[in-house]
Design a protein around this ligand. Sequence first.
Ligand code: KG4
Ligand code: ZN
Length: 329
Amino acid sequence: MILALETSCDDTCSAVVEPDGRRTLSNVVHTQTEHARYGGVVPEVASRAHLERLDGVVQRSLSEAGISLDEVSSVAVTVRPGLIGALLVGVAAAKGLAYASGLPLVPVNHLEGHVAAAYLTDLELEPPFVALIASGGHTALYSVDQNCNMLLLGETLDDAAGEALDKGARMLGLGFPGGPAISEAARGGDADRYDFPVGLKGKDKLDFSFSGLKTSLLYKLKAMDSEQLFEELPHLAAGYEAAVVEALTRKLLRAVDLQDASTVVVAGGVAANTLLRRTLEERCARTRTGLVVPPPELCTDNAAMIGAAAARSPAVPFPEYLSLNARSI
Ligand code: KG4
Ligand code: ZN
């Protein structure tokens, strides 16, 4: 079994995954609540919270899987990209666990982890495919080849999609994380009441931009008093959410065209968004494109996806793994 750890941001995660990376025996996620009052993740607070929680989370993942450390064959851990202090907690813990149990260590890239959540979702899925990763820290399109190599096709030129949702939510006076908060506020709203720009809409390139959308919301809010904002909130939230979804959908389908791809994988926290999932289901059905979107709990940060990626990555033996380091980018 693979024991996988993930601590790149504000979720303390541990999972047990089968060696072929297709089935999860346990997937424990502790979402740090300490950040809510700051309206965003505070790196030092995240590192400390990981330190306090990780041991317990690992124990729980083993007991929920019904196994002991003796039955673990490798330890996997996210080494990049992410908050450096947060990553270091996971990497140090993974090294300690591997060393104490005489196991190899598998370093995993967080983005490859997000994509690998798709292998836990569709047991038949094999590359090649086009992948969209839309999270709080990243928004990018990749072509994934037979050997799981990820070729960057396009990425955001400014904010990530999740970041745009988080910032939009903050402007609207909503909670954190902003993605689910905006969806909630958008209920019953008319997405067409306000005109929000879809970034780089007309451009043939596969890059994204969300800064114009943010500015557009800012100007709309400046022209409103608090009473108007209260009344207009559902429409503003719906319009803002729809613009993010449209930008992601458009570029993904353009990538499918350009790559002549038959399957797409959508991953990262924003892939948990109901409107995005529905829109992609409709449009992919129309173009007969295979669509794999993991269930919401495998879209947001978790360690099962890290275990799934580890199953397709080389393990590093002792003592080489002792010199492995975390990297923020
Ligand atoms: O992948 P993730 O959990 O962490 C990073 O690696 O960044 O993504 C977190 C992002 C946040 O910006 C959050 O607002 C967004 O994903 N998110 C959502 C939803 N759930 C989380 N965005 C839209 N709809 C959701 N249901
Ligand atoms: Zn992530």
